[in-house]
Design a protein. Structure first.
Length: 467
């Protein structure tokens, strides 16, 4: 929708509310209020940092303030507050302890909110959101890039900053086992590496499958498991400038995708399930043992439906009612038929009742299962490691883009004259060295573009400083 996101911090947030119960503290040894009465205790009037009541008291204070000033707390997400004006103007506020972000579709609402908050609380300067809860946020025009500066830090921490890059996080045919041959590795070091990689998956879902695989070997890792984990670092080296990209649109429609493999893990014969519903994603090992691929995808389709229903109800509170059914893309026709069939038969009666929730949602036309070809199933990137060409295509559709290229310009050498041409790009889904794709605005491509790839890479440092 093109709305800008702002952030502000409340200074000394935990010192704002009064205590409901009596709390007493000893006088500090270096400072006594009344000489001769040093043994007396002091009764606290307001909360202090370190008190277990302080976080709850602050939440109660800010919640009361918002509701007294016309905000309504969302019924489906208690950290969100909404204030509507004339059914068209809206102000959204998201609270995480003392960090506040807000979005508005009218400049006057932004100024009014800043004034009233500053009158009640001591605030930091209001600004466009650029760093929030460990995430870097780059707002450019109406688009948003989300990343983490931890990419480079992880490479430095494990002394891999000068490693050779690879173009996929995991070999496609690799199947790891607890009984893989190889020398035993230090479990503490392995856990530190995998934990760092897990932290990065919040903005780099393209490494989620590979990280999920190595997570199962933390207790007794071998050199094979360590090598697989370090390959992910090699991939991060190749994609340091890739961010999670969100583009704006006039109309916002929820869309879900989900997929599951069947007994993909050679250790416990359980599969991996994954789903994406535009704003969120999830992937995990299947909890129940499943009898077929159809059943596996039926279970994950229900999980995807639950998240879609929650988001539909949440968006309705933002004046964004989803009139049409939310389309959930699956690549298994049997699952599609099973979900639409209200009759229980011998192959589905044993499933827990909760997994049949999807049937009710389809009848109510809240969701609709849509079949897609397997090669077009974006969720495949979460349950397997595809070949590079497929991986790159799915990664781009997932929203992982090269920030420097998307940012503005790409420079290439035009034949032997070395003339530099600068082109503005709108929708790029490739990295340097890949072929050109749709979205470029240019007059004529060089006759032998691939011959200049190495020369382009040597000029990359200059290109970065130029942009």
């Amino acid at each position: 929708m093109g709305w800008r996101i702002f952030q502000l911090d409340v200074k000394s947030a935990f010192l704002n509310d009064y205590l409901e119960k009596n709390v007493y503290v000893e006088q500090a040894m270096s400072f006594f209020f009344i000489k001769g009465q040093e043994e007396k205790l002091l009764k606290l009037k307001k909360t202090l940092y370190g008190l277990k009541q302080a976080p709850r008291a602050w939440n109660r204070c800010i919640d009361k303030y918002f509701q007294d000033n016309g905000f309504v707390r969302c019924q489906h997400e208690y950290a969100l507050y909404v204030k509507k004006f004339n059914n068209s103007e809206i102000l959204l506020v998201c609270l995480y302890v003392d960090d506040i972000i807000f979005i508005e579709n009218n400049q006057n609402l932004f100024e009014d909110f800043n004034k009233v908050m500053s009158c009640e609380f001591e605030m930091t300067d209001i600004r466009l959101m650029s760093y929030y809860l460990g995430l870097e946020v780059k707002q450019m025009n109406n688009d948003i890039f989300v990343s983490q500066e931890s990419y480079a830090k992880v490479l430095e921490k494990f002394k891999m900053f000068d490693c050779n890059p690879v173009n996929t996080p995991m070999e496609g045919s690799l199947k790891l086992s607890r009984f893989d041959s190889g020398e035993k590795e230090d479990p503490t070091l392995f856990k530190s590496l995998v934990g760092s990689l897990r932290y990065l998956t919040s903005t780099r879902p393209d490494i989620m499958y590979a990280v999920g695989v190595v997570c199962y070997f933390m207790e007794s890792p071998t050199s094979t498991h360590m090598k697989t984990s370090k390959r992910i670092l090699h991939y991060l080296k190749d994609t340091l400038d890739f961010d999670l990209f969100y583009s704006s649109s006039k109309e916002f429609k929820l869309m879900g995708i989900c997929d599951s493999d069947f007994v993909g893990d050679v250790n416990d014969r359980k599969g991996t399930t994954s789903f994406v519903v535009v704003l969120l994603l999830g992937t995990q090992k299947s909890k129940p043992l499943l009898h077929s691929t159809c059943e596996a995808e039926y279970v994950v389709a229900t999980s995807c439906t639950c998240q879609a229903i929650w988001l539909r109800r949440l968006l309705k509170e933002f004046n964004n009612n989803q009139e049409e059914s939310t389309k959930i893309h699956i690549d298994n026709k049997s699952t599609q038929v099973l979900a639409k069939n209200l009759v229980f038969h011998e192959r589905s009666t044993h499933r827990d009742t909760r997994y049949h929730f999807i049937k009710e949602c389809i009848v109510k036309k809240e969701v609709e299962l849509v079949h897609v070809k397997t090669q077009d199933q974006v969720a495949n990137i979460f349950i397997k490691s595809p070949k590079f060409e497929d991986f790159r295509r799915l990664r781009a559709r997932l929203g992982i883009q090269n920030f420097l290229i998307m940012k503005g310009y790409i420079i290439f050498i035009y034949q032997t004259s070395l003339r530099v041409a600068i082109f503005s790009w709108t929708h790029c889904d490739f990295s340097l060295g890949d072929r050109f794709s749709k979205g470029a605005h240019f007059g004529m491509l060089p006759a032998h573009y691939t011959a200049y790839i190495k020369l382009l890479n040597s000029l990359w440092t200059w290109f970065v400083s130029y942009t």
